[in-house]
Design a protein around this ligand. Structure first.
Ligand code: UDP
Ligand code: MG
Length: 309
């Protein structure tokens, strides 16, 4: 029988782990696959680790990795993918917002020949309107300026073949933006839509600001358009200043009267100074990425782990 690795990142999820496993055990019986669970405790501050330990005692196919601190979901996903041994690999949230009932259908599609079966939310019910608005804008912008397609509403929840996961692990960048990486590797992808769900319990660890920063990550990691934009602004302001110079030179010749304009000069200096700092900031963002990239720090540090063999 073929094996399915289920990778589950957990951060402060003590309430949801048991509910998750209960539902998954039901799904297990519906599929002709051996299941291997890899929970990644991403430095939780609650009793997540305790619940994971209890789960390993109860079920022989439950394994866990526990980080030394919170390294973020991307790092947790990477750790899980690295140790997974299944022929098929799925990545899912523990809060049941990624419905496990979809797995049989997803596996069906894999058997039909797709390499990746992704999921996307058909709506954003239950989400603040402002957040939905900015999410939409983000996907519009990023898809316009990046060659890597990012599907609006696509979740990280997906089923992949071993070949795809090996390709993903080939990308050894430190700044990992999964949504981009999953799409960058290519392969035949099929998307299943489903209605947005509320969390089974607990609270989301994302707020507006963290989502905003996350979206900037996506742009900087998968597009060089902001750099082109900075160059363009520079060229445009050069052209405008040349035209202005000509204008003032000619009016001075005709009227024999030097142009008064202390206030306008101050405005122009401030404006250009601001523009320069703005563009420097854009360049700085990329240099910052290079900096973290060349340091080659590990994406995570494991404090303890448990593998039922
Ligand atoms: N998560 C994680 N590390 C973090 C934040 C989140 O491993 O630093 C996990 C979390 O436990 C959950 C998944 O990532 O299984 C998605 O998180 P959440 O439900 O908070 O995000 P949302 O579904 O609201 O996007
Ligand atoms: Mg969630």
């Amino acid at each position: 029988m073929k094996k399915l690795s289920v990778i589950v990142p957990c951060y402060n999820e003590q309430e949801t782990i048991d509910i998750f496993l209960q539902v998954m055990k039901q799904v297990e019986t519906e599929m002709h696959l051996r299941f291997e669970y890899i929970f990644v405790n991403d430095g939780s501050k609650d009793d997540t680790l305790y619940y994971l330990k209890e789960a390993t005692k109860k079920f022989t196919n439950v394994n866990y990795i526990s980080f030394s601190r919170n390294f973020g979901k991307e790092a947790a996903l990477l750790a899980g993918l690295e140790v997974s041994t299944g022929d098929f690999i799925t990545v899912m949230d523990v809060d049941l917002q990624d419905p496990p009932e979809l797995l049989p259908e997803m596996y069906q599609k894999i058997q039909e020949g797709y390499d990746i079966v992704g999921t996307r939310r058909s709506n954003r019910v239950g989400e603040p309107a402002l957040r939905s608005f900015f999410a939409k804008k983000f996907y519009q912008i990023v898809n316009r300026i990046s060659d890597t397609e990012m599907v609006d509403g696509a979740r990280d929840f997906r089923l992949m073949t071993r070949q795809v996961v090996d390709a993903i692990l080939e990308l050894n960048e430190v700044n990992r933006f999964s949504k981009g990486i999953f799409s960058w590797v290519g392969f035949d992808t099929y998307y299943i839509s489903y209605e947005n769900r509320e969390r089974s319990a607990g609270e989301t660890s994302w707020n507006f600001w963290s989502l905003f920063k996350y979206s900037l990550e996506g742009i900087v990691n998968f597009s060089e358009a902001p750099l082109t934009f900075a160059t363009l602004i520079g060229i445009i302001s050069c052209v405008i200043s040349i035209i202005a110079m000509l204008y003032f030179f000619l009016t001075n010749l005709v009227t024999q009267n030097p142009v008064p304009g202390w206030p306008s000069l101050v405005c122009i200096i401030l404006f250009l100074g601001g523009l320069q700092l703005f563009c420097l900031g854009i360049v700085g963002k990329y240099i910052g990425k290079i900096f973290t990239e060349v340091k080659r720090r590990p994406s995570y540090i494991i404090k303890e782990s448990h593998f039922n063999k």
